[in-house]
Design a protein around this ligand. Structure first.
Ligand code: DMJ
Length: 450
């Protein structure tokens, strides 16, 4: 395995793994690394700025813009703006603020995915409002919230997956726990700022409805009908489709001091640790099991699952969090870049994509804050530097189709700016641009004051 150490803003010096592990903490140049992350953020942003300005996202290889729907919702500028404010990129922030205030609107007759628009756009607008105090961002957030909330108009109170921004017509009755239970943080903060409790109450009602439908052994499955409450897929895990439902139980219990949400977390985490945690192979992992029987169905784990070390640490379970972060790092370094999914029993890759996901660096950031152990700084540095090595393009950053061949894919997700580089920056930032203990991040890394 090859990792790299930055000796100056642009100069990369290869190190071997043995050197990295035995390196003394003093040699870590945190300020230099924070500056390096900031420079790479600028590089990625400038690529978007030059080739995709006004679009939702950049296609970095074809150097074009891409919209998710018929009209742009300015996904990248909205998602990235609070990172610019945190990193002190004031000119870029002004530029992004201007395009948002001049042209972001939601009165388009189009169906949008409730979950993605909520965590990225609603979540981003609210955190920008908290950071810059400009009420026009809160007005935009409130307008969007009033359109999205119509998705919750189902017989169970669990939201549909899609909603039309103009008509309010919802669709997509087969959903999943993540797309049902990842609203309470944004909606709760929106309620706090508007004084209208309906957002928080609606999001909480959906989580409670879903929790009621858990199995007798307190697990949830992968997909469910929001009209009937019938489970469509009973596979249980901590990965995509379930992940942020668990995360939001814990985060909302802390952010709003909500005892019901704490109870949801307490009930769920016991079952997750009993039926999904797996220590029988080399390391500590969370696999898949049937939600009704608890029987192991697959020994797979991936880049999305890596968020869970952060949640465990936040819940106070540092023992499991640290063990899981060891596995996270091992997964990342297996091929220098983490795969979307691997079989932890054989260490074979089962999905070789890397779409610039943040969760592994996010967990290193949380672990560093809770333990102050410098090994998490080194983990973050190695992961960040490998991303620079393999995903950087002359214009911006690109996802990888295959972490073995390192073949690039023509897409740069907005969460690369909103999350991956923000967490990397905060991990190294000594100026405390953001005090970890005073905020709760939504699942897209948008911070809200506690
Ligand atoms: C982000 O949009 C969010 O972190 C979400 O909760 C999961 N997936 C991506 C990043 O991987």
């Amino acid at each position: 395995m090859l990792v790299y150490s930055f000796t100056s803003a642009q100069q990369i010096k290869p190190l071997n793994n043995a050197n990295v592990q035995s390196e003394s903490p003093e040699t870590l140049d945190k300020a230099g690394l924070a500056n390096q992350v900031r420079n790479e953020f600028l590089h990625a942003w400038q690529g978007y700025r030059q080739y995709a300005w006004g679009y939702d996202a950049l296609k970095p290889l074809s150097k074009k813009g891409h919209n998710w729907y018929a009209h742009s919702l300015l996904m990248t500028p909205v998602d990235a703006l609070d990172a610019m404010l945190i990193m002190g990129l004031n000119d870029e922030a002004k530029d992004a603020e201007k395009i948002i205030l001049d042209s972001l609107r939601f009165d388009y007759d189009m169906d949008v995915q409730n979950f993605e628009v909520s965590i990225r756009i609603l979540g981003g607008l609210i955190s920008v409002y908290e950071l810059n105090g400009n009420k026009r961002f809160l007005d935009l957030a409130t307008d969007l919230g009033n359109r999205l909330i119509k998705a919750f108009d189902s017989p169970t109170g669990m939201p549909y997956r899609y909603v039309n921004l103009v008509t309010g017509k919802a669709s997509g009755n087969i959903s999943n726990p993540a797309e049902i239970g990842t609203y309470i943080v944004e909606y709760g903060v929106l309620s706090r700022h508007t004084g209208n409790p309906k957002y928080f109450e609606t999001a909480k009602k959906a989580m409670l409805a879903l929790h009621k439908l858990r199995s007798p052994i307190n697990l949830t499955g992968t997909s469910i009908n929001v009209e009937t409450g019938e489970w469509m897929e009973t596979d249980s895990h901590i990965s995509g489709c379930i992940d942020s439902y668990l995360e939001y139980m814990l985060k909302s219990s802390i952010l709003f001091n909500d005892k019901d949400m704490r109870e949801l977390w307490n009930t769920s985490i016991v079952a997750v640790n009993k039926y999904l945690a797996d220590t029988q192979y080399d390391g500590f992992w969370y696999g898949h099991s049937d939600m009704n029987t608890g029987k192991r169905s697959a020994t797979v784990y991936g880049s999305l699952d890596a968020f869970f070390a952060a949640s465990l640490a936040m819940s106070g379970d540092l023992t499991r969090a640290e063990k899981l972060q060891e596995s996270n790092y091992k997964m990342f370094m297996l091929n220098d870049i983490e795969p979307e999914e691997l079989n932890y029993a054989t260490m074979e890759i089962t999905n070789a994509n890397y779409i610039l996901r943040p969760e592994n660096i996010e967990s290193a950031y949380y672990l560093y804050n809770y333990t102050h152990d410098e090994k998490y700084l080194r983990q973050g540095r190695d992961m960040f530097q490998n991303i620079v090595t393999y995903c950087r393009t002359p214009e911006a950053y690109a996802a990888l189709k295959n972490v073995k061949t390192k073949e690039k894919r023509d897409y740069m997700e907005s969460f690369f700016l909103a999350e991956t580089l923000k967490y990397a920056f905060l991990l190294f930032d000594d100026n405390l641009s953001l005090d970890f203990n005073k905020v709760i991040f939504n699942t897209e890394a948008h911070p809200y004051k506690r």
